[in-house]
Design a binder for this molecule. Structure first.
Ligand code: 26Y
Length: 824
């Protein structure tokens, strides 16, 4: 049967089956007699891969021939999750495959869950990059992503005795979605020294000599768009030793082990994703990763541009490069080095090309997350780049001096070089200076960066250099794929799936808010999604939860600023209240399950302590016979993208409760509302715009505002600090050993009681508890609740990453879509 294999779309399930069988028998060299789920997944993935590859090649060819600007999205993180379901959706052949797999004795769900997540990211920033790739392809923008091919993605989290344990995530055993390009390599230089000499024309030339060389090898993955043939490319660089398998000099002189060690050292560069998402550690290997990836990507981009035969003045008409945070900022001095040292351009021309090419997206105002590289380290690893950075700084400071002669103190403040010991390169300043546009990721955040970290730069460059692009999410993965039944219900009401490409069409749902049948189905779908999460909770964690309870979910990286501690203290408060009630009183309380999930950076012991406290509270509460179903606490192990697809559709309420002014945007807030859940949140990040869109009645806001945070912090240290009395009772309970040895949690409690409560947990506690009460009351009237959720869903159109990408294209990149020909 497999001889029927053809490159065209499989139109029948028989054809699909024969292709799966062919791949299992030939590509995998396995007998059909021991075809397990893993083999069936592999066969299915390879069959769909064949479909993608053809349009991928065509798209690349079309983009090469079109005389048009391309976007390059440089991100050290792409948190892709699984690819098969997405591929089936985009190729629109999932039904055929489901029927075919059934014939072969498999359930689609089981096959999909065989795939390992591609977890090449920490959290929001990495997932945003993945949503952007989906939208870029769907909207037909000619765009490439560039990143590193980590052998180990973000660690797997295991919970042992209530503590987080990190387990390496080796994910490349079988990855059908990548194509090694052993012919696409770039040699990358490190260390060495710079020699200057005069050429015949008397011009000074800089040469970067000696040092060591590591080779970058390209691995490509296809990125299909939804409902379009456009299939873009994600290029990941892998590092290897530069002289083939072995260094033969060493090999021949008997230093076999040393030569193998060299090879391993080279491979270390792309070995592992750094698991910190908010604390800059300044490690040499991380700097090596950044340069290795920037240099390989720029070489690739420049090589492609030069093939077009155009003049350098056209570079920024052909190329837009977006810097996802400061991680790729070395691309700025690297492009300068290429243009000046290798292509012979004058400084001024090189600089205007560079500025016109780059855009920079800022994702944080937290000082501890802002990257600063030690000058001695940069000097040693990248001597020529340090010179260029100093030259950029000199030109910039001269400009500032000319334009603001009376403000001499400003020079020290805005200098790229921080005069610390040792001196450090402020990467965010370099990124601002080297880019033509700087954007934040939600309105409040974009305003904040203009008044805090980049305040002086607004004065220097004027306000137009700074802009806002509010984040978005792809409705393909976060509605259709994660919640197929809801997507189907919406399609039935709106007369098709156009809303997946134009999310503003959701507004038409509002007309059905009183439609009995629709309401009933909407509610049933939510219930079914809760049942699914309840089953998972029972199967994996052994905890029984009642799906009729209010499901309250907080899933995100563990961080003090995100305030999972506020949530768990609220849970303890609730537990103490329940314990003080009579059984009759308790019966009247709205039952609730608190779900938590998220990884802590391995060295972030305060975040790990919060994980431990959550687990300890769960142990006590879940086993308290008096409490029963009225209160449950679950910590979901190893939160990741594929688990999010199951968890997000199951929420009634989700928590987005960061200290005001600290969460740049948040993106899971958007996912939860889109799936029919309401939010409890602070006036922070995109919560503010979600409120504007869905209306104040359809969100539960609480807490202090960002403009009051500084004063409150000041008061904590210099005024009378009064701990909230309810929170004091919570701490008394912890101290009395209710949740195990109190000493384990003393640093957490002390950070609030004795060390200034930097994240304002006490200040916001009462407001938080009151708002949770209001939620309990509101939920009791299921009709009112349902109206709020449906209304909110219908108003979420703005938060599509398609809108977001169109804004980048227009305001920052100046690129146009390149739609495929109808019959091409
Ligand atoms: C420098 C290094 C330690 C570092 C590595 C990763 C620093 C930061 C990060 C990741 C940051 C991140 O994920 N930021 C989040 O970006 C989202 C997308 O814009 C925002 O929604 C979210 O508020 C922000 O915390």
């Amino acid at each position: 049967a497999w001889r029927k294999f053809s490159a065209k779309e499989f139109t029948t399930k028989d054809q699909f089956e024969s292709e799966v069988v062919k791949h299992i028998e030939t590509t995998l060299a396995r007998s059909l007699f021991n075809c397990d789920e893993a083999a069936a997944y592999a066969g299915t993935a390879l069959a769909f891969r064949d479909r993608l590859v053809i349009e991928w090649n065509r798209t690349q060819q079309r983009q090469t021939f079109a005389d048009q600007k391309r976007v390059y999205y440089l991100s050290l993180e792409f948190l892709m999750g699984r690819a098969l379901d997405n591929a089936m959706l985009n190729v629109q052949q999932k039904d055929v495959a489901t029927a075919g797999l059934e014939d072969l004795g498999f359930r689609m769900e089981d096959i999909i869950s065989q795939e390992r997540d591609a977890a090449l990211g920490n959290g929001g920033l990495g997932r945003l990059a993945a949503c952007f790739l989906d939208s870029l392809a769907t909207l037909n923008y000619p765009a490439w992503g560039y990143a590193l091919r980590y052998r180990y993605g973000i660690f797997r989290q295991e919970i042992v005795d209530g503590y987080q344990v990190e387990v390496p995530d080796y994910w490349l055993d079988f990855n059908p979605w990548e194509f090694p390009r052993h012919d696409v390599t770039v040699d990358i230089q490190f260390y060495g020294e710079v020699r200057k000499y005069m050429d015949d024309a008397g011009k000074q030339i800089s040469v970067w000599e000696n040092g060591e060389v590591v080779t970058a090898v390209a691995y490509d993955a296809p990125i299909p768009g939804y409902g379009t043939k456009t299939t873009n490319n994600l290029r990941l660089w892998s590092s290897k030793a530069s002289h083939g398998e072995f260094d033969f000099t060493k090999f021949n002189s008997g230093e076999y082990e040393a030569s193998v060690a060299d090879q391993q050292r080279a491979e270390t560069i792309s070995a592992v994703l750094y698991p910190n998402d908010s604390l800059d550690r300044g490690k040499e290997l991380r700097l090596k990763q950044q340069y290795f990836w920037c240099a390989a990507s720029l070489y690739d981009i420049v090589r492609r541009f030069k093939k077009s035969g155009k003049a350098w003045k056209d570079f920024s008409n052909q190329v837009a490069i977006q810097l996802n945070d400061t991680h790729p900022t070395l691309a700025i001095p690297e492009l300068m080095r290429i243009l000046i040292d290798q292509e012979g351009l004058e400084w001024d021309e090189a600089w205007s090309i560079t500025q016109a090419t780059f855009g920079y997206t800022n994702h944080t105002v937290l000082p501890e997350a802002l990257e600063k590289w030690s000058v001695p380290l940069v000097q040693q690893l990248l001597p020529r780049h340090l010179q260029i950075i100093y030259d950029i700084n000199l030109q910039f400071l001269q400009y500032v001096q000319r334009n603001f002669p009376k403000e001499r103190e400003m020079l020290g403040r805005v200098s790229i070089i921080e005069e610390s010991e040792p001196k450090r390169v402020r990467m965010a300043y370099l990124a601002v200076i080297g880019s033509h546009k700087v954007n934040g990721v939600a309105e409040l955040h974009s305003d904040l960066i203009k008044t805090t970290i980049f305040r002086d730069f607004v004065k220097i460059y004027g306000p137009d250099k700074f802009t806002n692009v509010t984040n978005g999410i792809t409705p393909r993965r976060w509605l259709h794929q994660a919640n197929p039944r809801l997507s189907e219900l919406i399609a039935a009401k709106l007369g098709g799936y156009d809303f997946l490409k134009d999310l503003n069409l959701l507004s038409k749902l509002e007309a059905f808010v009183d439609d009995k049948e629709f309401r009933k189905e909407f509610q049933e779908i939510k219930y079914a999604n809760k049942v699914r999460l309840a089953k998972y909770t029972k199967d994996v964690h052994g905890i029984s939860v009642n799906p009729n309870s209010l499901f309250d979910i907080q899933v995100k990286r563990m961080h003090e600023y995100k305030r999972q501690q506020l949530n768990i203290f609220g849970v303890i408060h609730r537990y103490l209240e329940l314990k003080s009630m009579t059984p009759d009183q308790r019966k009247k309380v709205q039952p609730r399950v608190f779900f938590f999930g998220g990884k802590a950076a391995p060295g972030y012991w305060m975040a790990k302590m919060v994980i431990h406290l959550i687990n300890q509270v769960g142990k006590v509460v879940n086993n308290d016979k008096e409490i029963g179903d009225v209160l449950k606490v679950v910590f979901l192990e190893d939160y990741n993208v594929s688990k999010a697809e199951m968890i997000v559709p199951a929420s009634d309420i989700s928590e987005h409760i960061s200290t005001a002014g600290t969460e740049a945007s948040g993106t899971s807030n958007m996912k939860f509302v889109l799936n029919g859940g309401l939010l409890i949140g602070t006036c922070d990040g995109a919560n503010i715009e979600i409120t504007r869109e869905v209306g104040e009645d359809n969100i539960f806001l609480f807490g202090n505002l960002s403009e009051d945070v500084d004063d409150l912090r000041h008061q904590h240290f210099y005024g009378d600090y009064v701990l909230d009395p309810m929170l004091a009772a919570v701490f008394a309970s912890i101290r009395s050993g209710t949740f195990g040895d109190a000493g384990q949690f003393s640093a957490l409690v002390d950070s609030i009681v004795d060390h200034g409560d930097y994240y304002l947990v006490s200040d916001d506690f009462k407001s938080y508890v009151d708002t949770q009460k209001l939620i309990d009351e509101t939920y009791k009237d299921q009709e009112v609740w349902l109206t709020k959720t449906i209304t909110a869903v219908s108003r979420m159109g703005f938060f599509s990453s398609d809108r977001c990408i169109d804004e980048y294209a227009e305001m920052i990149w100046n690129v146009e879509p390149l739609p495929p020909q109808q019959n091409g």
